[in-house]
Design a protein around this ligand. Structure first.
Ligand code: ADP
Length: 680
């Protein structure tokens, strides 16, 4: 039979108590029953022995005097006992002188076959008794038989044979067993009920403990026990549990207090940090503003230096003078590059570098820069070669910033290489399904190389490989810092592999989005870009040129710039009118018409932005080109937002001013014939 294993402590306890009690009960009661059964059998044996002795004693004398009627009566008196089955008084030779049979004396139905069987058994037992001639007992077939000699004055005068039905004994035994079974059943029931009741004393507290733990984990709060009066182990357990809970509660409270203190401390620290951060931001902004202003202030006189030097370069000068002017011009350009780097760096620091996103042809862009750098490198007899591989799709990105990265890296490669060539490799891995393309640009040179220790630092601002490099090659140590920042802003990374004396390899990985537009951005607008390919396109959409000199109005407060532009425009055969501020420009244009306005942004009285807004409000639609020494992208945006059409950052090259004029007046409008210049 399948008995389920007890699962809970409660079931286990019930089972243990029940089984132990039942085992003890069955063992003791079985011992008692066995003893009782034996005792009853002994009584039956004793009983038949006594009865046979009584008959033998009473039959001594009648048997001696052969009073067989008397012994017959003696045996008949046995009818009073229901358990006597048969009795015989026998002569020493075995002949029966008197007999008694309950079957003969009873009126009940007699099973003759059974009686016959009994008679046979009796005959056999009597024969055995006669043979031995001594007391004997048998238990056979549900009867107890006894054989005893009848003696008188020391001699055998006959024998008594008596048989008793064991029915009564059996009945007794049966009722005893039944009673035992019933008692066992009742005991089982009582034991079971008691074990359930008793186990409660043990499992109850355990259940209570389990329930309390469940409550704690459910409600997420510590709950103790109600103290009990008992002093048993369970109470000690609960007491211990309560103590533990109390300790936990205290610890929680301390932690909570600590947390609150910590929060407070964090708040105080955060506030302090915020103040520090604000201060730092303020300082950075101030620094950035200072750098922007400084660069603006330096740019303004630079326009005079560069512009005039450029004009002088074109004059027919003696060789020595030409060399002096060239030196002034090149130094000015170098200074401008440094100025641009510092401005970019200030933007990086202020987190104001914005990355544009327009369609670009990376192959064309890289080729442009490579071509430009190749021209510069020829002076050092170094060759810059471009290797492209694979499909190079049109992507979205910031062409001027990518150009800046390329210029920096290729510029460095050329700068730090004294012989050999610089290889620029361009490849791309497109994932058309995902709409992205990973560009890889590798610039490899055969130059001086970089030590491992220096490689870890060169991407930091103002860091240069070593001081001897600075002495020999110059530079500010900003190029790679700006490059790294730009690459990271585009989501890419720049790495270097190099060994001193064995050249360097800079790799730029740029993850880019594939362009959906078919037309390309006009990326050749910045000062350093070669304007040729774009100019061709622009010229095609330029305004129709009217006959006669075109009129240009210059609103500019700086006399040097006025002077320079005046000379340049005069050379190009353009009629120029100069005003000193925005207000004068508005006044002038309310009566006069010009073909183009060159508008400085920072002017006294009325600045370029305000003047442009007023002119546009007055319905003047003449193209306005902003002239400003602020070279930031947001400055350009501000100019366009104010209603201006184009942007020229100071100092500009002569060619850049020419490009602007070609763009807005048409190539035909420019001639070398001198034209009048007037100041208003
Ligand atoms: P700069 O060139 O103005 O000093 P950069 O940030 O561009 O500043 O470069 C930092 C330093 O890294 C350089 O001074 C030079 O020591 C080292 N470096 C950069 N590019 C190369 C190169 N191609 N070969 C050798 N050294 C290089």
């Amino acid at each position: 039979m399948f008995i389920r294993k007890p699962r809970s402590v409660q079931q286990k306890m019930t089972a243990i108590i029940f089984l132990v009690s039942m085992f003890v009960l069955v063992l003791t009661s079985l011992q008692f029953v066995a003893f009782e059964l034996k005792h009853r059998r002994d009584i039956a044996y004793d009983g038949i022995g006594s009865l046979a002795r009584l008959i033998s004693t009473n039959a001594q004398f009648p048997m001696t005097i052969k009073d067989y009627v008397g012994v017959g009566k003696l045996l008949n008196s046995l009818s009073a006992r229901k358990d006597v089955a048969s009795a015989y008084l026998l002569l020493p030779d075995g002949r029966s002188v008197a007999d008694y049979s309950r079957a003969q004396n009873s009126h009940a139905f007699i099973d003759s076959a059974k009686e016959l069987k009994f008679l046979q058994i009796e005959a056999r037992q009597i024969a055995e008794g006669l043979q031995l001639g001594a007391e004997q007992a048998w238990q056979e077939d549900g009867r107890l038989a006894y054989f005893m000699p009848v003696t008188y004055q020391g001699g055998h005068v006959g024998y008594t044979y008596l048989s008793l039905e064991l029915m009564e004994l059996r009945k007794h035994q049966l009722s005893l067993l039944l009673g035992w079974l019933l008692a066992m059943g009742a005991a089982m029931l009582v034991t079971y009920l008691l074990s359930i009741r008793l186990q409660h004393y043990i499992s109850g507290p355990v259940e209570q403990l389990v329930a309390r733990m469940g409550q704690i984990s459910r409600e997420k709060r510590l709950v103790g026990f109600v103290p009990k009066d008992t002093v048993d182990e369970f109470n000690q357990l609960f007491h211990g549990f309560d103590e533990m809970m109390r300790a936990l509660q205290e610890r929680d409270q301390m932690l909570e207090l600590h947390r609150k203190n910590l929060e407070l401390e964090v708040q105080v620290r955060t506030r302090a940090l915020e103040i520090e951060k604000e201060k730092a931001e303020h300082a950075t902004n101030a620094k950035s503003r200072f750098l922007a202003n400084m660069s603006h202030e330096i740019r303004t006189p630079m326009i005079g230096v560069l512009g005039m030097a450029d004009l002088l370069r074109q004059k027919d000068l003696a060789d020595q003078d030409q060399h002096l002017v060239e030196t002034i011009y090149r130094s000015g350009e170098a200074l401008l590059i440094i100025l641009n780097d510092i401005l970019d760096f200030s933007k990086v620091e202020a987190g104001r570098l914005v990355i544009d996103s327009v369609p670009i042809d990376m192959a064309l862009l890289t080729e442009d820069v490579t071509r430009l750098m190749d021209v510069n490198a020829h002076a050092k007899e170094i060759e810059v070669v471009l290797k492209t591989s694979g499909d190079l799709p049109i992507v979205e990105g910031d062409p001027s910033r990518i150009r800046q990265i390329l210029l920096n890296l290729i510029g460095n490669a050329v700068k730090f290489t004294d012989a050999g060539k610089v290889t620029v490799s361009l490849s791309a891995t497109s994932r058309f399904t995902e709409g992205v393309c990973d560009y890889l640009i590798v610039i490899q040179d055969a130059g001086i190389g970089i030590s491992e220790e220096a490689q870890a630092r060169i991407f930091d601002s103002f860091d240069q490989g070593d001081s001897s490099t600075t002495r020999k090659y110059g530079g500010t140590g900003l190029g790679l810092a700006i490059t790294k920042e730009l690459v990271q802003l585009m989501g890419g990374q720049v790495t270097v592999e190099s060994r001193p004396g064995e050249g360097s390899t800079f790799s730029v990985e740029l993850p880019m989005v594939l362009s959906k537009q078919s037309e390309l951005a006009l990326f050749a607008k910045k000062p350093s870009l070669p304007p040729k390919p774009c100019l061709a396109q622009i010229a095609a959409v330029a305004l129709p040129v009217a006959s006669g000199a075109r009129r240009v109005l210059l609103a500019e407060d700086n006399p040097t710039t006025q002077n320079l532009i005046s000379i340049l425009l005069q050379q190009m055969g353009i009629e120029l009118t100069i005003v000193d501020n925005g207000q004068e420009a508005v006044d002038f244009l309310s009566n006069e018409k010009v073909d183009l306005i060159l508008m400085d942004c920072q002017m006294p009285q009325l600045d370029g932005f305000e003047a442009t807004s007023q002119l546009r409000a007055l319905g003047v639609s003449t193209p306005i080109v902003a002239l400003t020494a602020y070279a930031r992208a947001e400055d350009e945006q501000e100019c366009l937002a104010a209603g201006m059409d184009d942007f020229l950052s100071k100092p500009f090259r002569q060619s850049e001013l020419k490009d602007i004029l070609v763009r807005w007046l048409g190539a035909d409008a420019l001639s070398q014939a001198p034209a009048a210049s007037s100041a208003h």
